[in-house]
Design a protein around this ligand. Structure first.
Ligand code: C2O
Ligand code: CU
Ligand code: CU
Length: 490
């Protein structure tokens, strides 16, 4: 009898809450998805020279009124920078804001003085030139500001853009690759708006969680694509929320890339988790011609049922994101290649040491930085621009062990390198994270180990950063600095 009641009363409610109700129910998907333009460059003696301008603008996201925003070369977000591995790149940045900013090349292997951290501040009205060779393999990277204590607010106002790298391998593969046609960039962010359409910055549960999704700065979006295999490059550009992407018809799709490169082979799945800062590329077969809806599902569809509605945590946002409308096409359907990439894995026994990073717990060192977020330490310390936390030797292979002692999940991000996850609580990593990564979500009471090598760039004075990519946590001091030094150069 009891079970029967549960079945007839609870199951329909559960079904409604999990599959029907969303935090942003009632979307009509009437706006056509904006595709960030590809930034053009000048060829100067074999270098690709790009110009970026951080500026103010106005955007009308909801059809009710304008709101002040920031963008690169425009009103909101920035153009997509697209380069080839091996290119020599120069990026001239002009700061037309009346506050300081920096531009960081998230995921990219660049020298520490070109990394765009708080150590390369661009004053209001100032300029900065970044120059570096493209050493990373084909991948979807991104760029965003990184000023100490102000990253969250500048990103929320609109400063972010994609940085796509191609290489010989990626060009030789038969993957959908026509930008904006069958290779669609998706910068997914969530916001709060007031009734008059203005963006509102407000902390809830210690970070910026919104109830309104923007994709490439488009609210309520749809995109029309050819009815065949289509690639989407997903960036979780939100300040704090993790998403569990999937489709409303539960169609399976292939994940083909992680943060820093293509997977070894396509990974068939129905859900994909991305925490702030993480990227993935997926290929969806739309040859049935049926419309589908990209969604974010609650993390644990049963246990977090109530939370999904009443108190959504980092992973529990239940949102409709993008309507995908396939159009008939004459193009031959193509199969995905079985092999996408070759990943040379380091052996854990070749690591010279294991570095432990404990997230959360009591604060022993460091003054609270200027940011708005909660004060959450790494190894008991809050970020101090004048303190170097770790010193790494150039060329060393290391294991980093990230231990989460805090009461919530944190996406841990490290500059300079791409890493390979070894395990989560001793369990070998899932195929969805088996490729190159620069950001990894570490759940409460979880320990994640990754292995990496610190190559190419050493500088005894200018550090790189590691931090939580919940931007309010980063701004609140959940960040540390490491130097890479070359013992031979001493
Ligand atoms: Cu995307 Cu140090 O950040
Ligand atoms: Cu970064
Ligand atoms: Cu955090």
């Amino acid at each position: 009898m009891g079970l029967f009641l549960v079945l007839i009363v609870f199951l329909p409610i559960a079904y409604y809450l999990i599959y029907v109700h969303t935090a942003n129910s009632g979307l009509t998907f009437s706006n056509s998805l904006r595709i960030p333009e590809l930034l053009t460059f000048k060829d100067k003696g074999g270098q690709k020279v790009f110009e970026l301008k951080a500026q103010y603008g106005y955007s009308e996201f909801l059809k009710v009124g304008k709101t002040e925003t920031m963008g690169y070369n425009g009103n909101f977000l920035g153009p997509t920078i697209r380069v080839d591995k091996g290119d020599e790149v120069v990026i001239n940045v002009a700061n037309q804001l009346d506050e300081m900013t920096t531009v960081h090349w998230h995921g990219m292997h660049v020298p520490p003085d070109m990394d765009g951290t708080p150590h390369q501040m661009i004053p209001a009205g100032g300029t900065w030139q970044a120059r570096f060779p493209i050493l990373n393999e084909a991948s979807t990277m991104w760029y965003h500001p990184h000023p100490h204590g102000k990253t969250a607010q500048q990103v929320y106002r609109g400063l972010a853009g994609l940085f796509i790298i191609d290489d010989e391998n990626s060009k030789s593969l038969e993957l959908p690759s026509q930008y904006g046609i069958d290779d669609i960039p998706l910068v997914i962010q969530e916001r709060l708006f007031d009734k008059d359409g203005s963006q509102r910055y407000e902390l809830n549960r210690g970070a910026y969680y919104g109830d309104t999704i923007l994709v490439n700065g488009t609210h309520n979006p749809h995109v029309t694509v050819p009815a065949r295999n289509v690639r989407f490059r997903l960036l979780n550009g939100s300040n704090a929320r993790a998403y569990h992407f999937g489709f409303n018809d539960d169609r399976p799709f292939y994940q083909i890339a992680t943060d820093g490169g293509l997977l070894e082979s396509p990974h068939l799945t129905k859900r994909l988790r991305l925490s702030p800062g993480e990227r993935a590329e997926i290929v969806v077969n739309l040859s049935d011609g049926k419309e589908t809806l990209l969604k974010s599902f609650p993390e644990d569809e049963v246990i977090l049922l109530a939370e999904a509605v009443f108190a959504d945590g980092i992973g529990n946002g239940h949102f409709e994101i993008l309507k995908i409308i396939p159009e008939p096409t004459n193009a031959e359907p193509t199969d995905l290649p079985h092999t996408l990439n070759k990943i040379e894995r380091w052996r854990p026994e070749d690591a010279v040491q294991t570095r432990r990073m404990v997230l959360g717990g009591p604060i022993r060192e460091g003054r609270p930085p200027p940011g708005p977020g909660p004060r959450i330490p790494i190894n008991g310390k809050l970020m101090d621009m004048g303190r170097v936390d770790e010193v790494v030797r150039l060329g060393d292979i290391e294991i980093w062990e990230i231990v989460n002692r805090g009461g919530q999940a944190h996406p841990f991000h490290i500059h300079d390198v791409q890493f390979l996850i070894l395990d989560r609580d001793g369990t070998p990593t899932d195929p969805s994270e088996s490729g190159w990564k620069d950001t990894v979500l570490v759940e409460t009471n979880e320990t994640v180990r990754f292995i990496t090598q610190f190559n190419t760039y050493a500088n005894p004075d200018i550090p790189y950063m590691y931090h939580c990519h919940i931007l309010e946590h980063e701004d609140g001091g959940m960040m540390g600095q490491f130097l890479v030094i070359d013992p031979e150069a001493e």
